[in-house]
Structures are given as structure tokens and as C-alpha cells.
Design a protein around this ligand. Structure first.
Ligand code: ADP
Length: 372
């Protein structure tokens, strides 16, 4: 049988990321990023120009950030779905519209192949109500579909499944905390294979301190800036999304640069790091309490996979809670899935590289095979 492939597209507001991969072996056949996208037709043309042969291509998988309440299973895209996703745009104004533009162009270019939407919110669609609901006026919440949707779900699901494989234990029996620390960052608590809490909310702005996003803030700040500082809603949104987080405090998004500046005694960089770690520790503590018993904590994504200092500082001093790192394993050169907890640590601590593209590609072929 010739190898089959899936093209995975992640169409964002300023870039289109693509990967052509074999869903069976997991091998990437081509990948890349088209940056500074103004015209999605041109961007997709550039993607197709960069791809090798499309022989064996069975589907195009599209990452869609927000599935609202209705969409959580991987779904074959047709005109009716596009219309419904369009209606969700106000819930994810920075993310869903570019994804829809990418979908439209890709469908024009490959009209005979199935295009499949895979939702970033999916893994969290059945969060327990106690975790999903905000304590605000219930009628308003219902009318405007306000709840915690959660994001990075494809990564949280993939990494937690890989953690179970790594530990050779059933997914359905493990209680897990997953820390997805990339430019965007989120934490999840997973009990017996089901997500029971996550740090991102109605939008991907809530929760952990991120590269350029503030994460949790007092909502009073928004009213104060609007009313007293005379900032518009757009000004405040831009500030919270693009000029906050580690960048807002320390002037860097990249943790490698942040560490270099900390070493030179840069106080702003140190403060950014300290605020980041403090928030991360608060979430770990919260999820230990949510889960009661935690079997494994897993770090993933750019910072989580590569930054040993972040991992050490996030979990330092928690031996009384059953969490002990082995500092040699933590700071070792290994880059694959690995254990970094000390022998005998009641809670296993792992690093597992995420692979959202592979998870999307596999979701596509499973859907085509009728498995989902
Ligand atoms: P995205 O959320 O855009 O997918 P990634 O998961 O790729 O982001 O994470 C990107 C971030 O990972 C970078 O901004 C940088 O802070 C961090 N990072 C990448 N490599 C390293 C490294 N070797 N050490 C520390 N941080 C790193």
C-alpha cells in the first residue's frame, strides 16, 4: 500500500502554518510557515508551491480555534458548517476569521478532497459545570454563550494520551496535570481521561502568564482603563493580547533571551520571570486540589519542552505534596518524551513533545475511517 498523507493547515491572523504528514508513521513530509499573510489566496498558493507531490493525500485538516458549544468532534467541512463557524466569529475574533479564510482558499484549491475541521476547544467541551461556568448573571451568560471553553485542547489530549503510553498505564485510570507552555500557555487537569478544568476560558486570554498575553487579571482593570485612562476596547484588547505577559513586563517573548537578560542583572526580565513562575505554581497548586490525587504532571510546548529552569522553579519545594524532580534528568540533553522526576517521587513528572499536527492528521483519518 502506498503511504497516505494528510495536509494540516493552521491559518492564523498573521501566518499560515502547514505540515504534510503521514498519519500512520507520523513522519513529516514537508512543513513550513508563510508569514505576514495579507491575502490568504496567495498564502495558500505559496503553501502548495512548497509542497512535494500530493499523491496519496487523503484529507486536509484545518485547525479551528473555537468550536463554540456545538462543535467538538472533528467535522467534515461543507458550506453549512462554514456558515455556522462564521457565526462563532465574535467568540474568537482574532482566530476564527483567518481560519475560515484559509479553509475557503484550500477548498477552492483541493475541491475533491475532504476538508476536516479539528477544534482547539474540543477536549474541554464536557468540562464539569462547576469548572466551566463563570459566576456571573446566569441569563446573560446563557444569552451570550459565556462559559469556559478552553483551548490548546488538541495538545492537552495528545500529550495526556502520550503520557499514559509512556507510563504504560490506562489513560482512563490516570489523573494528570498538563502544562502547555508555548507562546500561548495553558494548564489542564484531567481525571481518568476526562478534562475537569483548564486555565483558558471564553477566549485564550485567561489563565497563565503567556508570551504576550496577561492571563488572569482583575476585570476591574478593563473598566478602569476604559473609563479613566480613556482607552478604547480595541486599545485594551491589543494591550492585553500583544503587549502584556512576559513581553509586557520584561520586553522579551523568547525565554532564551529572557534568561540571558536575567543573567546580566536585568530587573525587568527577572520580574517577568518571577510573575510567570508564580502564576504557574498557583495553577499547579489549584489543580492538585481539584484532582485530589495526581499521578503525573507533564510539561510540553516550546518553553515546557526546552526550559529546564522553568520546570525546576514551577515545581520547586513541593516534596511534601509528592513532587520531586531529578535535577540531572531535568537539565539533561534528552529531547524526546522523558521522565524528569526522582525515583520514588509519588507524582511522575514528564516532558512530552507536543505534536498538534499529528493529532489533527490522525483525527482526520479516524473520522474518514468512521472511528469518531
Ligand atoms: P507557539 O505557542 O507559537 O506554538 P511554541 O510552543 O513553539 O509556541 O513555543 C515558542 C516559545 O518557546 C518561544 O517563544 C520561546 O520562549 C520558547 N522556547 C523555544 N525554545 C526554547 C529553548 N531552547 N529554551 C527556552 N525556551 C524556548
Amino acid at each position: 500500500m502506498t503511504a497516505r498523507s494528510v495536509l494540516v493547515l493552521n491559518s492564523g491572523s498573521s501566518s499560515v502554518k502547514y505540515e504534510l504528514l503521514d498519519p500512520d508513521s507520523g513522519t513529516a513530509l514537508a512543513d513550513g510557515i508563510i508569514e505576514r499573510v495579507a491575502d490568504y489566496g496567495q498564502a495558500l498558493a505559496a503553501v502548495f508551491a512548497a509542497l512535494p507531490s500530493l499523491d496519496g493525500l487523503v484529507a486536509v485538516g484545518h485547525r479551528v480555534v473555537h468550536g463554540g458549544r456545538s462543535f467538538y468532534r472533528p467535522t467534515v467541512i461543507d458550506d453549512a458548517l462554514v456558515t455556522k463557524l462564521d457565526e462563532l466569529a465574535p467568540l474568537a475574533p482574532l482566530h476564527n476569521p483567518p481560519a475560515l479564510l484559509g479553509i475557503a482558499e484550500a477548498r477552492k484549491m483541493l475541491p475533491d478532497l475532504p476538508h476536516i475541521a479539528v477544534f482547539d476547544t474540543a477536549f474541554f467541551h464536557d468540562l464539569p459545570a462547576a469548572a466551566a461556568e463563570y459566576a456571573i448573571d446566569r441569563d446573560i451568560a446563557e444569552q451570550w454563550h459565556i462559559r469556559r471553553y478552553g483551548f490548546h485542547g488538541t495538545s492537552h489530549r495528545y500529550v495526556s494520551e502520550q503520557a499514559a503510553l509512556f507510563l504504560k498505564q490506562p489513560f482512563s485510570e490516570l489523573n494528570q496535570i498538563v502544562l502547555h507552555l508555548g507562546n500561548g500557555a495553558s494548564a489542564s487537569a484531567i481525571r481518568g481521561g476526562r478534562a475537569v478544568d483548564t486555565s483558558m476560558g471564553l477566549t485564550p486570554m485567561e489563565g497563565l502568564v503567556m508570551g504576550t498575553r496577561a492571563g488572569d487579571i482583575d476585570p476591574g482593570i478593563i473598566m478602569y482603563l476604559w473609563r479613566t485612562a480613556g482607552m478604547s476596547v480595541e486599545d485594551i484588547e491589543t494591550m492585553l493580547n500583544r503587549r502584556s505577559g512576559v513581553f509586557g513586563l520584561g520586553g522579551e517573548v523568547d525565554f532564551r533571551e529572557l534568561h540571558k537578560r536575567i543573567e546580566t542583572g536585568d530587573e525587568a526580565a527577572q520580574l517577568a520571570y518571577d510573575v510567570y513562575i508564580h502564576r504557574l505554581r498557583k495553577y499547579v497548586g489549584a489543580y492538585l486540589a481539584v484532582l485530589c490525587r495526581t499521578d503525573v504532571i507533564t510539561f510540553t510546548a516550546g518553553v515546557g519542552e526546552n526550559d529546564a529552569a522553568v520546570r525546576r522553579d514551577a515545581l520547586a519545594g513541593l516534596a511534601a505534596l509528592g513532587i520531586e524532580l531529578d535535577e540531572d534528568l531535568n537539565s539533561g540533553a534528552d529531547r524526546g518524551a522523558r521522565r524528569i522526576s526522582a525515583v520514588g517521587s509519588p507524582v511522575a513528572v514528564l516532558v512530552i513533545p507536543t505534536n498538534e499536527e499529528l493529532a489533527i492528521a490522525r483525527a482526520c483519518v479516524d473520522l474518514l475511517a468512521g472511528a469518531r
